[in-house]
Design a protein around this ligand. Structure first.
Ligand code: PLP
Length: 395
């Protein structure tokens, strides 16, 4: 039986009436750009995340770009992030003209390693006469961008401590982590409400997916939220008067209305993904496959309920590339996130990184594979995936 990596039609079948009602209401109103439905969506998602302010954007990429622009980051600045992430995280840093600094990941969580970050900041950066910290290339460290990869929050307390020591804010890449919780030393917080600012992607395949591109920026501070609203609308408050240069990063009212209708389902969908992950882990153990496979770590399990939301279920697998061929031959859905770490992408060759510089990111790119995890995956389909993998390692 073929098993898809993701089948969005099954979700749509459950919520069709609610979504159709929202689409019809927007089209009937003919209010397509910002307006009441965008306001209502922003208020509700900010309440659910517990983040203070939420500003709807045209994509996750644009949501990040708007924050970087609102922070005034540009040439002469440096932004630190992980190379084991989707391209946009680093692409936006490049696009505002700042230096992208890649710091390696933790091999267990795949998230930005606080230990490697400390090594970079304490060991490689120097303080100038004005007290600013500068990279070896001479740029001023302005921001740290951890990614809550695959739906697991980064070690935000440790990263926040380092950020405070070096006097820079933290922006969360929460693109893959809507609804994930983090057990901070101040209590439980949701992704998107932990740091100075954050951004989400509502790309259709995300845990909360739009019917097209959409994203969200969040922040604590009201004045910064006002800046973000300016940035998404060409820096324009009063029509045709521009104090700053922004862009057209506005979320479509249609997408905001669809996302608003989907919001109440996130908890249930995320719980179903988690149940599927637990089922895989138990099955791999029962089949004696743990000498070949390392299931995703769940370091916050038992401390917060939404400890992982499994946007992707990514394992480390022995002979990964052969396993990929085996699954492809049996029409079992799978994915590689991500085959080339960003420091080795051609477009970033100018940064001067070489193979071997960030070994854990390189190893993760070479050794991991994503399996189907979407909420509507059936147990029969999961059994098929496990059986195909068992067949491969027993051969
Ligand atoms: C980690 C990460 N960052 C940024 C983005 C960019 O979001 P979008 O595709 O909505 O522009 C994505 C999603 O694709 C992502 O997974």
């Amino acid at each position: 039986m073929p098993v898809p990596l993701l089948d969005l039609t099954r979700q749509y079948a459950q919520i069709r009436d609610d979504v159709q009602r929202e689409i019809d209401a927007v089209v009937t109103s003919q209010q397509f750009i910002l307006g009441a439905r965008v306001d209502a969506f922003e208020a509700e998602i900010a309440r659910r995340i517990g983040c203070g302010h939420a500003v709807g954007m045209s994509s996750g990429t644009d949501a990040q770009l708007a924050i970087l622009m609102a922070l005034g980051i540009g040439p002469g600045d440096a932004v630190i992030t992980t190379p084991y992430t989707f391209f946009a995280t680093a692409g936006c840093i490049h696009r505002v003209g700042a230096e992208t600094v890649f710091v390696d990941i933790d091999p267990v969580t795949y998230n930005l390693s606080p230990a490697r970050l400390a090594e970079f900041l304490r060991g490689r950066c120097t303080q100038d006469a004005a007290g600013a910290w500068r990279t070896p290339a001479g740029n001023r460290v302005r921001l740290i961008v951890p990614v809550h990869l695959f739906g697991l929050c980064a070690e935000m307390d440790e990263i926040g401590d380092l950020a405070a020591e070096f006097g820079v804010p933290v922006m969360e890449d929460a693109a893959q982590a809507i609804g994930a919780e983090y057990p901070s030393r101040h209590g439980t917080v949701q992704a998107g409400a932990i740091a100075h600012s954050a951004y989400f992607s509502f790309f259709p395949a995300k845990n909360l997916g739009a019917y097209g591109d959409a994203g969200l920026s969040t922040c604590r501070d009201e004045a910064f939220a006002t800046e973000l609203k300016l940035m998404r609308n060409h820096g324009m408050e009063q029509r045709y008067y521009h104090h700053k240069v922004g862009g057209n990063f506005r979320i479509d009212a249609l997408q905001a209305a669809i996302l608003h209708a989907k919001l109440p389902h996130i908890g249930g969908w995320n719980a179903a993904r988690r149940a599927n992950a637990e089922r895989y882990a138990a099955a791999f153990a029962a089949e004696g496959l743990l000498e070949f496979l390392t299931p995703p770590a769940t370091p916050f399990a038992g401390r917060v309920a939404e400890h992982h939301i499994f946007h992707q279920y990514v394992l480390r697998a022995a002979r990964r590339d052969d396993l990929v061929r085996h699954l492809a031959a049996r029409s079992i859905g799978h994915g590689i996130y991500y085959p080339v770490p960003l420091h080795l992408q051609d477009c970033f060759a100018y940064l001067g990184y070489r193979a071997g510089d960030l070994p854990e990111s390189e190893r993760a790119s070479a050794e991991t594979i994503a399996l189907p995890i979407f909420p509507e995956l059936t147990t029969a389909e999961q059994d098929e995936v496990v059986a195909a993998i068992a067949e491969f390692y027993r051969a």
